[in-house]
Design a protein around this ligand. Structure first.
Ligand code: FNR
Length: 189
């Protein structure tokens, strides 16, 4: 079977190292996983005023999530937390009340930073948010990537064998996790 995995890049930077990481993960994923980016940059700042009538960009965003079997969050850490743009996107997807896009949608979290803790604090906070949003999370496979110069090229080639194997394994585990979750919670159930 093949599974569609939507990924979010938590950075809006044109030179994002997390975008490089996302491209690397797409390249290293097992053939059963089809990775597609779900862009967050065009969403306005969320307000509850929108709940009565979501703008087309937000409806398309929610539909893109609905079309996926699983989700992958590839995010930097900003001030020891989740970047505001990513949190804004999550808030959009979680609403309107009763139409939370994350419910029963399996997800994985990963991120890169030049710093040695490799986005650990942001990831931990993101997990809290996704738990509340009722997304089954891949918990026992973690990945905190310390990004050194040239580790991943602009088009997503991982230059270090050890990291390449580590990231391939992460994607194999994500595949297995999505299969397990969908066995218990089939789509549309
Ligand atoms: C950072 N950076 C950062 N790094 C980190 O490891 N922990 C942190 O708390 C922060 N805080 C932070 C705040 C803000 C506002 C910026 C702009 C940056 C550094 C960050 O890891 C680095 O800029 C990465 O390159 C960001 O990822 P992208 O955008 O390249 O994917």
């Amino acid at each position: 079977a093949s599974y569609k995995v939507g990924y979010f890049v938590g950075s809006l930077s044109s030179t994002s190292i997390n975008r490089r990481l996302a491209k690397a993960l797409a390249r290293l994923a097992p053939s059963e996983l089809q990775l597609v980016e779900i862009p967050i940059k065009d969403l306005p700042l969320y307000s509850q005023d929108y709940d009565a009538r979501f703008p087309p960009v937000a409806l398309a965003f929610k539909q893109a999530i609905a079309d996926c079997d699983g989700l992958l969050f590839v995010t930097p850490e900003f001030n020891r937390s989740i970047p505001g743009g990513l949190k804004n996107a999550i808030d959009w997807a979680s609403r309107p009340w009763g139409q939370n896009s994350f419910a029963r949608k399996p997800s994985g979290v990963i991120g890169a930073s030049p710093g040695s803790i490799g986005t650990a604090v942001a990831q931990s906070q993101l997990r809290s948010v996704l738990c509340f949003c009722n997304s089954p999370l891949m918990n026992n496979v973690e990945a905190y990537i310390q990004f050194t110069d040239g580790l991943i090229t602009e088009d997503g080639e991982v230059t270090e064998a050890r990291t390449r194997e580590f990231l391939s394994n992460y994607m194999q585990e994500l595949h297995a996790f999505i299969v397990r979750v969908l066995t218990v919670l089939p789509r549309g159930s």
